[in-house]
Ligand binder design. Structure first.
Ligand code: FES
Ligand code: FES
Length: 167
C-alpha cells in the first residue's frame, strides 16, 4: 500500500509547561525536535543528539531526561517541563548571580537538571551535585560557577526550611 504524506503523521496531545497542545508528529520525531520545531520552545538546545551532552535536557514527570533520546510519541502521557517552564525557578537567578553562564549553550540543560536536583535532594552535598550533573557537559568549562549556583539555592532552601520550623 502506498502511503501519502498525510499518513506519515499522527496528531498527539503533549503536556508541556502545564499546557496540553496537539501536535503533528512522525513516528521517528524526537521530543527535542518537536519542542523546538513544532512548539517553538527553542530554549531546549540541540547539540550531540546522541545522549552525550545534556544540552537538550527537559523534565519528564519531574526527572531530567535527554529529549534527543525520547520519541515524541513516547512522551504523550507524560508531564514535560522545559527551561521556559522554569523561568521563575530560583535556579535561573542563581546562575545569573554566580556568573554560571559563558556562551550559554549548555545553560538550559544545566538549569533543568539542577532544578531537579534541588527539588528531589534538598540535602545534596558536593559529591552528589557533581555526580548528578555529570551527564551535562559545558564546553566553556565553567563548572565551578555552576556548582556555586546550585549550592546557593540549596543553602537558601535549607535556611527557609529552618526559619519555617525553628528548632
Ligand atoms: S543533544 Fe541530547 S544529549 Fe546532547
Ligand atoms: S557556557 Fe558555553 S558550553 Fe557551557
Amino acid at each position: 500500500m502506498k502511503l501519502s504524506n498525510r499518513d506519515l503523521f499522527t496528531v498527539i496531545p503533549l503536556l508541556v509547561n502545564g499546557r496540553t497542545q496537539h501536535v503533528k508528529v512522525r513516528s521517528a520525531d524526537t521530543l527535542l525536535h518537536v519542542l523546538r520545531s513544532e512548539l517553538g520552545l527553542t530554549g531546549t538546545k540541540m547539540a550531540c543528539e546522541n545522549g552525550d551532552c545534556g544540552a537538550c535536557d527537559v523534565l519528564v514527570n519531574g526527572k531530567p531526561m535527554h529529549s534527543c533520546l525520547l520519541l515524541a510519541v513516547e512522551a504523550r502521557q507524560m508531564n514535560i517541563t522545559t527551561v521556559e517552564g522554569l523561568k521563575d525557578s530560583p535556579m535561573v537567578q542563581a546562575f545569573v548571580e554566580h556568573f554560571a553562564i559563558q556562551c550559554g549553550y549548555c545553560t538550559p540543560g544545566f538549569v533543568v537538571s539542577s532544578h531537579a536536583l534541588v527539588t528531589t535532594h534538598p540535602e545534596a552535598d558536593d559529591e552528589l551535585i557533581k555526580e548528578w550533573l555529570r551527564p551535562n557537559l559545558c564546553r566553556c568549562t565553567g563548572y565551578q560557577e555552576i556548582y556555586d549556583a546550585v549550592r546557593s539555592v540549596l543553602r537558601t532552601n535549607q535556611l527557609e526550611k529552618t526559619d519555617e520550623n525553628p528548632g
